[in-house]
Design a binder for this molecule. Sequence first.
Ligand SMILES: Nc1nc2c(ncn2[C@@H]2O[C@H](COP(=O)(O)OP(=O)(O)O)[C@@H](O)[C@H]2O)c(=O)[nH]1
Ligand SMILES: [Mg+2]
Length: 235
Amino acid sequence: MNDTPRANRLHIGLFGRRNTGKSSMINAITGQETALVSEHPGTTTDPVYKAMELLPIGPVVFIDTAGLDDIGDLGKLRIKKTLEVMDKTDLALMIFSPGNTDFTLEQSWCQELTARKTPIIGVVNKIDEEDVDMGDIEKEFDFPFIKVSAKARTNIGKLKEMIHLNAPMDFELSTLVGDVINPKSLVVLVTPQDIQAPKNRLILPQVQSIRDILDHNSLALVTKDTELRDLLNCL
Ligand SMILES: Nc1nc2c(ncn2[C@@H]2O[C@H](COP(=O)(O)OP(=O)(O)O)[C@@H](O)[C@H]2O)c(=O)[nH]1
Ligand SMILES: [Mg+2]
């Protein structure tokens, strides 16, 4: 999976104050306990990159950031790193928690993202603790919102759908081979299954290439290098 070029992966950045549940959100979406979750604010220091397959989008990278409200010298460094993450982000999740009523900080971070033309989804987390009237928050921002609970896994499926719907168009259009083949043409894929190939399976870029050929209404023939001559003789 890590062979997939960076440009082909949708980079999803999570932003918000400390302790809103950014790391927990990544764990809830990926179904894994990879991001560091702590009840002590400020646990996440360096941005953490987590690559995964998110169906139906395909390969994505989640970027877990430190809270943007960090204070002190170390806090400044974290904020600088978080702004660097914004440069790499294709789609931003802005995380809020229910007690949050002053949106000044969030407004300024959203300005940073909007300046980069990055689409944003607002996520109000921890609704298991306190249900929220979304009207108050929705009128402050001009992007779509969803309320979830990372802990109780409420609305996580809907959040994934929203990520899919709000992903920038060029990711939908990104193609591995479709732009160089014609419909109904025959494409021969040569995939050496050498010692480096994983046992019993094809690697993701190979699978994606086959899918891309099918999506472009072309024909895929797959062979190892050692049988290429036999295949060509069959044509
Ligand atoms: N009740 C509740 N607590 C949550 C939820 N999501 C995260 N937390 C808790 O909030 C605290 C901070 O979570 P964390 O993911 O580390 O926040 P981060 O600083 O934004 O990354 C932890 O104690 C989590 O267990 C949730 O949906 N509901
Ligand atoms: Mg965190």
